[in-house]
Design a protein. Structure first.
Length: 89
């Protein structure tokens, strides 16, 4: 039991508060950018399929695609802001 307590104390000393902040910031931006990245990829792929099927609707499809990309990337920007707050506050 004493060995386990010594290991816990040793690991706690290795991960300082600053190290925990950096790790948390990295996780926040990493996970926060994963969803919008996948979403933008799916969105653009489906828009290209729609353009292939109906080229006359290019303007409407492009407008809606750009709006979708903007909303998806806003979530990644929120994740960046959270990561910066974690790191510097």
């Amino acid at each position: 039991m004493e060995l386990l307590a010594a290991l816990v104390v040793a690991q706690t000393e290795l991960l300082s508060t600053e190290g925990a902040k950096v790790l948390a910031a990295a996780l926040a931006i990493g996970v926060g950018a994963l969803g919008p990245g996948i979403g933008v990829g799916l969105l653009v792929g489906r828009a290209m399929e729609a353009l292939g099927r109906n080229p006359e609707a290019e303007g409407v499809i492009r407008t809606n695609m750009i709006l979708g990309i903007v909303f998806a990337e806003a979530i990644a920007i929120y994740a960046l802001v959270v990561a910066l707050i974690i790191k510097f506050v």
